[in-house]
Design a protein around this ligand. Structure first.
Ligand SMILES: *Cc1c(COP(=O)(O)O)cnc(C)c1O
Length: 351
């Protein structure tokens, strides 16, 4: 603390991201990055931007990227918002679209950035318990609120909510924005994007960090009714007019255009997830059904914190949350085949 801090900053409780340590030969399965590189076409498009033109500002409206996303989903560009990672898009949505005089509803076990944004923007958080199988029950979201947000698939559980259940939540909340955070949807779920023309209260957020292997480029997006997008644009243009740089923009456009590579890369991750799940089950883990690029697993005998510490001694990082209900679980990102095998080999020794 310092005398120069505003009273506001003294009360801030920031988000703690998964660590990015500088250890060589690290098997990094703690932050859900994609184990496979971006498409070669993405790299090529980004390289082409490294030129004298970097002296010029990028397009503040991100027209080429909005068009690429709109074409991918057969929507209008005006239904698309883009930002510097979906974390930034989420921040703008919290500020622009959730009513600040009523509680925001979200699951008790979900993305830990949501309570941080509530704190930052002065929004009351009302956390709704997942059921005993760690599932979202749509009936629990039929109560007075200033907005609803949940990841689908959920994080860190990996559990998918069926699109019919998402629709139930939309129907029971006609007067609030329902934000579906689809950071992991491409690994096996059905996106709610197809519902945006039907539900003016639906905002879908996605990111290029996971299924499109571009965590390092920081690009996220939101799709919804033009009125919701307009609100996000107002906040964005009151905050930072140029959130997406020239290099990231070109890479993101190419990532949406190279559908074949995207689909192959997602299929490899899904196959890896199924192999990893089987191997963990054989080692005595319970594994929640995952539709994401990670699994959430708990060992029948051994403490999760101890397993995580021992893995770390062997240069393997996984994520452990010291949080009620899930303290015996580990969130393990699906790696390459070799990384998954290394994890299983080391687990065999530890257990
Ligand atoms: C990774 C993740 C994000 C953030 O993605 P960025 O685009 O990298 O900021 C948002 N929501 C959830 C649930 C995530 O897991």
């Amino acid at each position: 603390m310092s005398k120069f801090w505003s009273p506001f900053v003294q009360d801030l409780v920031p988000y703690v991201p998964g660590e990015q340590p500088k250890i060589t030969n690290l098997v990094k399965l703690n932050t859900n990055e994609n184990p496979y590189p971006p498409s070669p076409k993405v790299i090529e498009a980004m390289r082409a931007q490294v030129s004298a033109d970097l002296r010029l500002y990028p397009d503040p409206n991100c027209d080429s990227l909005k068009k690429a996303v709109a074409d991918f989903y057969q929507l209008e560009s005006a239904q698309v918002f883009v930002g510097n990672g979906s974390d930034e898009v989420l921040a703008h949505a919290f500020y622009a679209l959730f009513q600040h005089n009523k509680p925001l509803l979200f699951p008790d076990i979900s993305y830990s950035f949501y309570p941080v944004y509530c704190n930052l923007y002065g929004i009351e958080a009302k956390q709704i318990a997942l059921d005993e199988d760690f599932q979202i029950n749509p009936a629990d979201y039929q109560q007075d609120n200033g907005g609803v947000i949940f990841p689908n698939p959920n994080a860190p559980t990996g559990c998918l909510l069926a699109l019919t259940a998402v629709e139930q939540i939309l129907q029971s909340n006609p007067n609030s924005v329902v934000l579906v955070d689809e950071a992991y949807i491409d690994f096996g779920g059905q996106t709610a994007v197809g519902l945006v023309n039907q539900y003016p209260n639906l905002l879908v957020c996605q990111t290029l960090s996971k299924s499109r292997s571009l965590a390092g480029a920081r690009v996220g997006l939101a799709i919804g009714h033009v009125d919701l997008i307009e609100a996000l644009e107002r906040v964005k243009n009151s905050f930072n007019s140029f959130p997406i740089d020239r290099v990231a923009m070109a890479g993101a456009v190419a990532a949406f255009e190279d559908k074949t590579y995207f689909e192959q890369s997602c299929a490899k991750v899904v196959a890896g997830r199924e192999q990893l799940t089987q191997a963990l089950l054989a080692l005595g883990f319970e594994v929640l059904p995952s539709a994401a690029n990670f699994v959430f697993a708990s060992h029948v005998e051994k403490e999760a914190a101890e397993i995580a510490a021992k893995l770390r001694e062997n240069a393997i990082l996984v994520r452990h949350f010291k949080q009620e209900r899930i303290e015996q679980f580990l969130r393990i990102t699906v790696g390459t085949e070799q990384e998954n095998q290394r994890l299983i080999d080391v687990l065999q020794q530890i257990l």
